[in-house]
Design a protein around this ligand. Structure first.
Ligand SMILES: [Zn+2]
Length: 274
């Protein structure tokens, strides 16, 4: 796609500046040995001068920068990497991807609000309010959305990933196709929710959920409440299709949580044309 870069190279060949200098140096003494004594002196003087400057500046460098030198093994390069590594703590750089899952900041308890009748399933407040609104709207349209799982702590996710993975004899790569590694689940952001259909609980956490009325309703209406499916078919993260897993992206914080610096292009995300 970037072939244009190669076609520009011929511009370099005619000049071949690297070979010009040695030829010039040899030609001058051969062609005019006696006449060019003064130029020779100038050249020699110039070379010596340059050498002196190099030596002096090198000496000055040692004098001025000895303390930095110890740190400076990384520092000549580190001016660029150091900044991203600090900024990268906000979990946005590519280094924070594990087995296709991005890392996210964990929501604190005080930011959560219940979304289930037993109050055990929670989401971050803005998401929780919109989820309840959405569930009410769905209900009035004849689809009953059931929250199956909302906020899960990183510790919960550790149990889900490693313990359940071991029970099922899954390698990390196999496990990551169906469950995010701890620290990398959307569930601990407080913005993600697994949704079931009250009329078809057998499809809970199952791709067949896409056949339910709840799913059909979500597909048609969830965006109005700030929700989107995280893992549609053929998603760029390579996570398996999860029609039941939805995330809130309806305010600035949630939007930035999922999209900032991830370089996900809208065209790739909108895999289901409407
Ligand atoms: Zn989920």
């Amino acid at each position: 796609m970037d072939n244009a870069g190669f076609s520009e190279k011929p511009q370099d060949t005619p000049s071949t500046s690297g070979e010009d200098i040695p030829e010039a140096l040899r030609d001058t003494p051969d062609a005019a040995p006696k006449v060019s004594i003064r130029p020779l002196i100038l050249i020699i003087g110039g070379v010596v001068g340059v050498a002196l400057i190099a030596v002096v500046s090198g000496f000055l460098f040692f004098v001025v920068a000895p303390k930095k030198a110890k740190d400076s093994q990384p520092s000549p390069l580190s001016s660029t990497p150091a900044t991203p590594s600090k900024a990268g703590n906000s979990a946005t750089s590519k280094e924070n991807i594990v087995l296709g899952h991005f890392s996210y900041t964990e929501a604190s308890e005080s930011e959560l609000q219940p979304i289930s009748n037993d109050r055990r399933i929670k989401m971050r407040k803005a998401a929780a309010q919109k989820f309840l609104e959405m569930a009410a709207a769905a209900r009035s349209a004849g689809a009953v959305l059931v929250p199956i799982s909302g906020f899960r702590s990183i510790k919960d996710q550790e149990q889900l990933f490693f313990t359940v993975g071991a029970q099922r004899n899954q390698t990390p790569a196999q496990r990551a196709a169906v469950s995010a590694p701890p620290g990398h689940s959307e569930h601990h952001t407080g913005y993600a929710v697994d949704i079931g259909d009250a009329a078809a609980r057998a499809t809970d956490l199952n791709p067949n959920f896409e056949k339910t009325k709840a799913y059909q309703w979500l597909q048609a209406n969830a965006a109005r409440f700030g929700f989107e499916m995280s893992f549609p078919r053929d998603n760029v993260q390579g996570v398996s299709y999860e029609p039941w897993h939805w995330r809130f992206v309806g305010d600035r914080d949630s939007l930035e949580t999922f999209y900032k610096a991830k370089n996900l292009k809208p065209a790739q995300i909108q895999s289901t044309p409407q």
